[in-house]
Design a protein around this ligand. Structure first.
Ligand SMILES: C[S@@+](CC[C@H](N)C(=O)[O-])C[C@H]1O[C@@H](n2cnc3c(N)ncnc32)[C@H](O)[C@@H]1O
Length: 249
């Protein structure tokens, strides 16, 4: 399954959320349909990976809640690393005022996203800026962030959603050190990954070595019970979340 299929499948899951009854919806993403490539048979992916759809729904809600908590706690910058077709900067009212949002991704991915919004005559908020970077290239993340104005440490929420599985260990290490260096006390980093891509203990150790304080993250089974009900289907243990906070100092 290629990355295009994965991106289309994620967009399909997010677009379908809006068709659920309001009391069952975990989030609302009116922009997801812009990125759902209906020519692709993403059902294959849903059939191939148990819990795929649930995991996208639950992680989207989990990261949305992390954004809400951070903004409530006074964070003024949210950086979406590997933002892809994430539309939080548009769809979350919490991010429309007094919060700076930076999206980091490959240059062509950013261009495609901007093109889809432009074709749909959707104006991007002034609070949103973009940083193009190939995170596999040493130094590119820091350079991209600096070009978007992020040069000095601040209180930041870093969201690395659906990203870590695409990176090598040196790239994950650089992600951890670069984000730690730009994070003042009160910053948080949230991420997710498949346990077949990365062992949770490897990811935790990599971020801890870089100065992040790795804290307990919920399991997907816990999130399922919280948001979707007591009958948890198999497959949730294949996916993991990371929550790290910047240490005192
Ligand atoms: C599966 S998508 C997830 C997108 C989004 N965060 C979401 O959850 O909908 C992974 C994103 O990471 C980006 N990505 C993967 N490898 C990257 C790299 N080396 N440098 C920059 N971005 C990368 C891809 O371009 C893509 O937009």
């Amino acid at each position: 399954m290629d990355a295009r299929h994965t991106a289309a499948a994620i967009a399909r899951v997010r677009a379908r959320e809006g068709a659920r009854p309001a009391n069952e919806r975990l989030f609302d993403d009116p922009y997801a349909a812009l990125f759902d490539d209906t020519s692709l048979d993403v059902q294959q992916l849903f059939d191939l990976i148990p819990f795929f759809e649930e995991h996208i729904r639950l992680r989207t809600r989990f990261f949305d809640d992390a954004v809400r908590d951070a903004v409530r706690g006074g964070v003024e910058q949210v950086v979406l690393v590997g933002a892809g077709f994430d539309a939080r900067a548009l769809r979350m009212p919490e991010l429309r005022e007094n919060v700076r949002v930076v999206e980091v991704d490959h240059e062509d991915q950013i261009a495609l996203k901007r093109q889809r919004f432009a074709e749909a005559s959707i104006a991007l908020p002034d609070t949103l800026s973009f940083a193009s970077a190939d995170l596999m290239t040493p130094g590119a993340l820091a350079e991209g962030l600096a070009s978007a104005g992020l040069r000095d440490p601040g209180r930041v929420l870093w969201v690395c959603e659906g990203l870590l599985g695409y990176l090598s260990l040196p790239a994950v290490t650089e992600l951890a050190t670069t984000t730690a260096a730009l994070s003042m006390r009160g910053s948080t980093l949230v991420a997710n990954h498949g346990v077949n891509s990365w062992k949770p203990e490897v990811i935790a150790a990599t971020f801890a070595r870089s100065g992040w304080d790795v804290t307990a993250a919920p399991s997907y089974d816990e999130l399922f019970r919280k948001w979707l009900g007591p009958e948890v289907p198999p497959g949730g243990q294949e996916f993991a979340l990371l929550v790290a906070v910047s240490p005192p100092g």
